[in-house]
Design a protein around this ligand. Structure first.
Ligand SMILES: Nc1ncnc2c1ncn2[C@@H]1O[C@H](COP(=O)(O)OP(=O)(O)OP(=O)(O)O)[C@@H](O)[C@H]1O
Ligand SMILES: [Mg+2]
Length: 334
């Protein structure tokens, strides 16, 4: 069952040369972990926030974003509230920014249940203690009485995850949920998210700039560049044969989790800002396969190529060629 569906979602701000989001198509089904990967400024957070019906002020929005069937584009207040309080929850990068520093952890967890869902104090507290245990906090009852500054960043992110689960949403949106944490805490938080996702059959959209991390935890990956999806495929397929030159570049420039860092090949050039636009493929100015007179003419659309969908004018020709360092040659490079 599809929990989250974007259909040709576009978000445009006046006075910008290109849309922030340009025709996003994306699906997250129940029980599935889907990663959205791309460089800073590519539009990942704007995409995630759209799933809660949050759009930049003054933006013109086209297309649809449906959560469990409810379209959030132009939705009325009651539908928005239902999605935000009961169907979908967001976990952000910095847990300290998500929690009121002068309220106790217990209040943070129980207030929405009491105020929005009308639960009694005792029932809400019992659920909060259960959830703190479920996210692996060792002494849930004690943590209920603590203030945020008494907890480490990793513990606090667990509290935020517990809070996201209080209303039993089916869809979890995680925007760089581990970026502010040290590496071992990152791994713990990802393990907790993975376990909760499996146990509860949640749909999970994981946003990250780190394609190796995305590969470690997700079923499918969407690769985003300058407000467009340029490739999507099941994880194994994307790693074994990236078809878009940008995906290949991300794989080449992403630190191999178990290898030396000295052979990384950065993608040359810089991502396209909102004040720049290109008539053709947005990646063409940085692409070593770009063909003048073709790639710079019209934007490529997503087309199916085997198990993947790719937006590149040259996918068919590059297939089997060296659009990417193959896994074997990457291995040799190390
Ligand atoms: N409320 C807003 N008003 C104006 N511009 C915005 C707004 N929100 C985002 N943008 C612009 O839209 C583009 C995409 O932003 P977004 O935050 O989605 O990027 P991102 O992929 O999440 O980047 P990062 O990896 O740095 O978090 C950026 O150029 C950003 O400046
Ligand atoms: Mg972001």
């Amino acid at each position: 069952m599809t929990l989250l569906a974007y259909d040709a979602l576009s978000v445009t701000l006046p006075a910008m040369a290109r849309p922030i989001l340009d025709g996003i198509d994306l699906r997250v089904r129940a029980g599935e972990v889907v990663a959205l990967v791309g460089e800073s400024g590519s539009g990942k957070s704007v995409t995630a926030r759209a799933a809660l019906g949050l759009f930049p002020d003054g933006a013109e929005v086209g297309g649809r974003v449906r959560v469990d069937g409810t379209d959030l584009v132009g939705a009325d207040a009651a539908s928005l509230r239902e999605v935000r309080t009961a169907k979908a929850a967001m976990i952000y990068q910095d847990p300290r920014a998500a929690i009121n520093p002068v309220r106790r952890v217990g209040d943070f967890l129980t207030e929405p249940l009491r105020l929005v869902h009308g639960w009694s104090k005792a029932r809400a507290a019992a659920r909060a203690v259960d959830l703190l245990g479920a996210v692996g906090l060792p002494d849930p009852a004690r943590h209920m009485n603590q203030y945020p500054h008494e907890l480490s960043g990793g513990m606090l992110q667990r509290v935020v995850i517990a809070a996201a689960l209080t209303a039993e949403p089916r869809l979890l949106l995680c925007d760089e949920p581990t970026t502010a944490l040290d590496v071992s805490t990152q791994a713990e938080i990802l393990a907790i998210l993975g376990r909760l996702q499996r146990e509860r059959g949640l749909g999970l959209l994981l946003i990250t700039h780190d394609i190796e991390l995305a590969a470690a935890v997700s079923d499918r990956i969407y690769v985003m560049y300058a407000g467009r999806i340029v490739e999507t495929a099941p994880v194994g397929e994307l790693f074994a044969s990236p078809r878009h030159p940008y995906t290949a570049g991300l794989l080449g420039s992403s630190p191999p989790l178990d290898g030396p860092l000295d052979r990384l090949v950065p993608i040359p050039g810089a991502p396209m800002g909102l004040l720049e636009s290109a008539p053709g493929c947005s990646f063409a100015p940085r692409c070593r396969f770009a063909e003048p007179g073709r790639c710079d003419q019209a934007p490529p659309v997503l087309r199916r190529h085997g198990p993947a969908e790719v937006a590149c004018h040259r996918t068919a020709e590059l297939a089997g060629a060296s659009a990417a360092p193959s896994p074997a040659s990457r291995q040799e490079d190390r």
